[in-house]
Design a protein around this ligand. Sequence first.
Ligand SMILES: Nc1ncnc2c1ncn2[C@@H]1O[C@H](COP(=O)(O)OP(=O)(O)OP(=O)(O)O)[C@@H](O)[C@H]1O
Ligand SMILES: [Mg+2]
Length: 286
Amino acid sequence: MNALLETHIDLPLFARGKVRDTYELSDDRLLMVATDRISAFDYVLPTGIPDRGRVLTQLSVFWFQRTAQLQENHLLQPGEDGRSMIVRRAQRIDFECVVRGYLAGSAWAEYRKQGTMAGEPLPPGLRQSEKLPEPIFTPATKAETGHDENITFGRMADQIGSELAESARDASLRLYLAAVEHAERSGLILADTKFEFGLIDGRLVLIDEALTPDSSRYWDAATYEVGSSPESFDKQFVRDWLAESGWDRESPPPELPDEIVEQTRRRYLTAYERLVGEPLLAPAAP
Ligand SMILES: Nc1ncnc2c1ncn2[C@@H]1O[C@H](COP(=O)(O)OP(=O)(O)OP(=O)(O)O)[C@@H](O)[C@H]1O
Ligand SMILES: [Mg+2]
């Protein structure tokens, strides 16, 4: 089974990100292709994960179509290859719009240290992975290099204006709540997720990917337990293996063993199947 690591399409390149190769179709349309590249600890690894790009694109398409009435998004047309999307080009708002319903990741770290989340106080005594009294919007800056920084809503509002910041926050919360409900019916907990928005003709539009295992923390509801860190449906195997591998995180990262590739691939396919309710179809023959 082959992983697609890089595309070479005869169109002007708009951006080559960690995962997606994006091309310019016209002044107002982009072709976004999700490759099978995978990153961990901010490095793109030399080994790809077959089917990963198709899962990311087709899950995004699933969610864009499902939530279009709740919030306008950039999808114009899914590509026939199952890994690309034709989208409307937007002026990106350079913030990650994160919504958290459970205490995990960097939010758990902040709470443990100082009892707050995105700078706002939370009730005392909450435990790791515990459900929050209500979902909270916790924006982060989109750093060009290195780690994104969690900021307060007030700082986001200062930079882009309260009206736009409030619209992005309200849209994020609406989308999260709708997705939580669907995930629940699939036996999954959507612990948190990250959205990106842009402006098209002055309107707020959801862009990038939506509610994929890369942008979201999904947990299996059946094995979820407060007080520990549940496995998420993403690159956990890869991160764990890399952490154990002796790699120094400064030199180029090592190739992944076949077994880790396969376990990770399964994880993405399972997330797709659980959420969409049917297996990912094999790519159409060329
Ligand atoms: N409709 C859109 N209009 C303009 N830019 C978009 C649109 N949708 C997504 N993007 C941008 O295209 C890029 C997608 O590439 P990819 O997801 O691989 O990047 P990334 O490694 O996550 O990088 P970044 O940190 O910039 O998000 C992102 O920079 C994303 O913000
Ligand atoms: Mg991205």
